[in-house]
Ligand binder design. Structure first.
Ligand SMILES: NC(=O)c1ccc[n+]([C@@H]2O[C@H](COP(=O)([O-])OP(=O)(O)OC[C@H]3O[C@@H](n4cnc5c(N)ncnc54)[C@H](O)[C@@H]3O)[C@@H](O)[C@H]2O)c1
Ligand SMILES: [Zn+2]
Ligand SMILES: [Zn+2]
Length: 367
């Protein structure tokens, strides 16, 4: 079938919206009509070249929609189901899945990062050539075919626009605080970057009972946003953050610093703010091939811990419905995250607004 999709043909070029060919779902796959897709900085890394990926590619990995058809062998998902898409499908039987690390599933990670379905082929074509699916999802399209393992069925009464953000920003941010950092009640949390991910780190820290929750950003509007979502103190990055942290923690430093910028220099700064025995959690994605300098002489002597956080260490089938329940109970704020809605044709405007810091999260809405 013919569908419209946003395409990147090479780094440093704008998104194009084109008519492309989508094949029917094959064995173990699902056709989803997209309702909404969140505008995440990870798609932007394809534009800057910070993430290398086969091209041309249809980006978009923070989406939700309605199932329109299922391929052979799909038993757990049916036509009409409302689904949030997971960009880290898991097989349930590999080394990592068996050790409760579904986000690191080794069976499905390879094909997903090659931009294909799990059988190594593409369902999308453009001008007779293969068109790759970012994260196996290609969500910035009217319809998409994805592995059934990438679909998490949710309560059909919940708005798919709000739920779409669970597919990346919420899972990554809330999960970084809740699962990767394992924040305990009363612990201090310092968050760098108040974007879609960082706001959800703040929400996750709040759900874990953290106190204080301190946020840092470079943009003035983010000060209000951080407070609205539960930060107790907010600083501009140009402020003397380190000094303020010492004043607030009897000179020790915070229990947890969490980076949600992906900038190596910010990650190094965050490291200096944690106390001896404290934990730095890296949720932001630094450019592929870049490195961050952490002083091993200090790490050893002060038993400081540095953790990577991939998809917030969540298990999507277990955690997405849990996040939906927290939303329904009024404990997780999804609605206020969305500060602007765009059509697919406005995709370039949507990513520019993210880079300019004009939105908490923008969302591409489909008719
Ligand atoms: N680990 C994962 O699994 C995962 C998943 C999703 C996104 N990410 C990554 O997380 C990062 C954030 O994504 P996002 O969608 O929230 O991006 P975003 O652009 O919405 O937010 C980034 C925020 O960082 C702020 N910032 C920039 N420079 C700063 C500085 N020097 N000090 C403090 N704040 C600064 C910006 O003003 C902005 O508010 C990206 O690198 C993204 O690729 C990682
Ligand atoms: Zn697995
Ligand atoms: Zn994302």
């Amino acid at each position: 079938m013919k569908i419209r999709a946003a395409i990147l043909t090479e780094p440093h070029a704008p998104f194009r919206v084109e008519e492309v060919e989508l094949d029917p779902p094959q064995h173990g796959e699902v056709l989803v009509k997209m309702s909404a897709v969140g505008v995440c900085h990870s798609d932007w890394h394809l534009v800057t070249g910070a993430t290398k990926h086969p091209m041309p590619v249809v980006p978009g990995h923070e989406g939700a929609g309605v199932v329109e058809a299922v391929g052979a062998g799909v038993t757990t998902i049916k036509v009409g189901d409302h689904v949030v898409l997971s960009w880290a499908p898991s097989c349930g039987t590999c080394f990592y899945c068996l050790r409760d690390r579904a986000n690191l599933c080794e069976t499905y990670t390879g094909p997903i990062w090659n931009g294909t379905m799990l059988d190594g082929t593409t369902r999308l074509h453009w001008n007779g050539q293969p068109l790759y699916s970012y994260c196996g999802l290609a969500a910035l399209a009217e319809r998409t075919v994805v592995p059934a393992a990438s679909c998490v069925v949710i309560d059909a009464e919940v708005s798919l626009t709000s739920a779409s953000l669970i597919g990346c920003a919420v899972a990554t941010g809330v999960g970084a605080a809740m699962y990767t950092a394992n924040v305990r009640p009363g612990e201090s949390v310092l968050v760098f970057g108040v974007g879609g991910v960082g706001i959800n780190v703040i929400q996750g820290a709040r759900l874990c009972g953290a106190n204080p929750i301190i946020a840092v950003d470079t943009q003035w509007p983010k000060i209000w946003v951080a407070k609205h979502f539960g930060a107790s103190s907010v600083f501009m990055a140009s402020d003397k953050v380190e000094e303020a942290i010492r004043d607030m923690t009897d000179g020790r430093g915070v229990d947890h610093a969490i980076d949600a910028t992906g900038l190596p220099e910010v990650q190094e700064r965050a490291f200096t703010c944690i106390r001896p025995g404290g934990t730095l959690t890296l949720a932001g994605l630094a450019p592929m091939g870049s490195s961050t300098n952490f002083p091993s002489a200090v790490i050893t002597r002060q038993e400081k811990i540095i953790k990577g956080s991939y998809y917030g260490t969540v298990n999507p089938p277990r955690d997405f419905p849990k996040f939906v329940d927290l939303y329904k109970a009024g404990k997780l704020n999804l609605d206020d995250l969305i500060t602007k809605r765009y059509s697919l044709d406005q995709v370039n405007e949507a990513y520019k607004a993210m880079i300019d810091g004009d939105v908490a999260r923008g969302v591409i809405k489909f008719a």
